[in-house]
Design a protein around this ligand. Sequence first.
Ligand code: TRP
Length: 375
Amino acid sequence: MLKPGSSALPGRRYNPIMPETARRRVLTGDTPTGSLHIGHWVGSVKRRVEIQETHDCFFLVANLHAFTTRADKPEDIRRDCMEVVRDALAMGIDPSKASIFLQTEVPAILELTYLFSMLLPYNRVMRNPTLKDELKVKGLEDNYSFGFPLYTVGQTADILAFRAHDVPVGEDQVPHLELTREVARRFNKFYCGVPDKAPDEEHVDLGGVFPIPEADVGKVGRLVGTDGIQKMSKSLGNSILITDTPKQVKKKLGKIYVGIDNRQPNDPGEVDPEKNPLFQYVETFIDSDDEVAELRDRYARGDNIGDGVIKVRVAEVISELLEPMQERRRQYESDDVVMDILHDGCQKAIAATEETLAMAKEAASLRFFDRSINI
Ligand code: TRP
C-alpha cells in the first residue's frame, strides 16, 4: 500500500539521493550468440573489465532480443546465454564488482518497453538505420515479426530502467542510443515537468526521472577475422576462441590471408604494412609501441622479416593473453556456479529497476499499488 510521506515513496519530483561519491552507472549488453572470441575482447569486453573498477556496472544478456531471429530455437538461446556469461567471467568480468543478468528476469524492462512505445512515433522507430540495416542483412525485409522493430524500443528500456549514465557500445548501436535519449527527454518533459529546451545534463536536477544517457563509443574498430577479409565472427569460422590452445591459435593465424604480396625485391619501399590485415593484429595485441614500430619498419624495408615471423609473434602474444582467461574459465565450468552468479546479478538488477519503475509510474500517474519481487 502507498504510505504517503514515507521517504521510500518517490514523489513527482523525486530525486534519488546520490552522494557526492556515487559512481556513474553503466548499462550495456549483448544479444547472446554463443562463445566469445578475441574480437569480442578487443571490441567490448576489455573496456568492461576496465570500467567495472570505476563505475556501477550492469551487464545485460539480451536473451529476449535473441528471440527476434531465433524464436524457433529457445534451447540454443539458453545454451548461448550460459556460454556467453562463462566466457565474460573468464575474460575478467568480476561478479563482485559488476552485475551480470538476464533480460527476461527483469520485469520492469518489459513494462517500461510498453510504456515507452507510446512515446515514440511508429515512423521514428522504423527510420532507425541500424534496424533497416539488420532487416536487409538478415534477409527479413518483407517478412519480419512485429517484435523485431520493437526490440529497439526494448533497448531504450534496458538502458533507462537502470537510469544509466553511460552506455559503452560499438558504433552500430549509436542510433539505438539516440532513440533512448529521445524517449528519456520526452518522458521527463511529459511526466516530470522538465522544460522543453532543458539541457540534457540538467534533466535530473530539474526533476526528470531519467538522466539522458551517453554512448561511450569504443575507439577500436572491428577485428578482422583469421581469413584476413571479413570481421571476426563465430558463424564465419574465422575466429580465435578464448578456449583455443596455443597450437590452434598458431594454426589459425598461419592461414590468415595477408593480401597480394606486393613486395618488390628492387623496391622494398613499396611494401605497405597498412594493407596487410596481419598488422591490425600487431597493433591490437602487441603492447609495446617500440616493438610495433620496429616490426612495421623492418617489414616495410623487407629486412628479412616476412609474414611468417610476424604470425608466430602475434600467435605467441595472443596465447599469452588467453592463458589466464582459460585458467579462470575452469572455475566457471559448472552450470551451478554460473547460475549462482546470474541469480545474484538478476537480484541486483531487479532491485535497481523496480526503484526506477516505481518512480516512472509515480510520475506517469500509474502508481496504484506497490510490489516486491523475489527470485
Ligand atoms: N543490441 C545490442 C547488440 O546486439 C545488445 C543490447 C541489448 C544492448 N540491450 C542493450 C546494448 C542495451 C547496450 C545497451 O549488440
